[in-house]
Design a protein around this ligand. Structure first.
Ligand SMILES: CC(C)(COP(=O)(O)OP(=O)(O)OC[C@H]1O[C@@H](n2cnc3c(N)ncnc32)[C@H](O)[C@@H]1OP(=O)(O)O)[C@@H](O)C(=O)NCCC(=O)NCCS
Length: 214
């Protein structure tokens, strides 16, 4: 696998939406990544396998025959011109944060189901923390569903500690949100911990952990 991390672009949205749908299949309103890309506070990255090509699924509806079909085909063609072409790189996962008043707030991390448990979540989290440092944040926070012990365990591995509970935070099922934070991501102990985890991932991947190209 030729792994690359880079900032998310519009051309990634078909794959990002599909991964989001797979990762968060609840009634919780899905994130609008189109809007997120225009949001100056938001920063999103994607992890791709450059050796694998993404083939977008064929459109489901074939336009009807005759004049109405011709109109549909013309409309599809004009939309097609204005919409960016989907990225050809195969996206394995994505993650994002919002930067507000010196704090980075992680909005999402998601990995394609078939690529989980291989360290991809860790690579994305390392890249987000690096990005937060580059953007001048001192602190990283996030909310995670109380039932999502998988993600909590990932965050705990990276030094996030539970600092509070938002009761009924998730409006779809009134589930509590666990508030987790790492204080002072620029401090020597946090940097040393991150470096140790980065090296462990580098050994796993057999090469340096890539940084998100900006
Ligand atoms: C959470 C998620 C991003 C983890 O991605 P991943 O690539 O599978 O995770 P990694 O392989 O990098 O695992 C890193 C750590 O996460 C934790 N973890 C991952 N999968 C786990 C599982 N099934 N059970 C328990 N812990 C798990 C472990 O602490 C693991 O460290 P370890 O390998 O030393 O045990 C992925 O499961 C996912 O996309 N889930 C759905 C979306 C989601 O819940 N996002 C978080 C929203 S706040």
């Amino acid at each position: 696998m030729a792994l690359k991390l880079r900032l998310m672009g519009k051309e990634d949205l078909p794959q990002v939406n599909a991964i989001d749908h797979e990762a968060f299949p609840t009634l919780w309103p899905p994130a609008n990544y189109h809007r997120e890309l225009k949001n100056g506070l938001a920063h999103y990255i994607v992890a791709c396998d450059e050796e694998k090509e993404y083939n977008p699924p064929a459109p489901e509806n074939t336009p009807p025959k005759g004049f109405s079909g011709l109109l549909v085909r013309l409309r599809l063609r004009s939309n097609h011109k204005s919409e960016p072409q989907p990225a050809r790189e195969y996206i394995l996962g994505f993650a994002g944060l919002w930067l507000m008043a010196g704090e980075a707030h992680i909005t999402n991390i998601a990995v394609r189901e078939s690529y989980r448990r291989q360290g991809m979540g860790e690579l994305l989290l390392i890249a987000l923390i690096d990005l937060a440092v580059e953007l001048g944040a001192k602190l990283v926070t996030l909310e995670v569903r109380a039932s999502n012990t998988t993600a909590q365990s990932l965050y705990a591995k990276y030094g996030f500690i539970e600092v509070g509970l938002r009761r009924g935070y998730y409006t779809d099922n009134r589930e509590d949100g666990v508030l987790m934070t790492i204080e002072d991501i620029t401090s020597a102990p946090v940097r040393a911990d991150l470096q140790r985890l980065r090296q462990a991932q580098a050994r796993r991947w057999g090469k340096t952990v890539p940084r998100a190209a900006r």
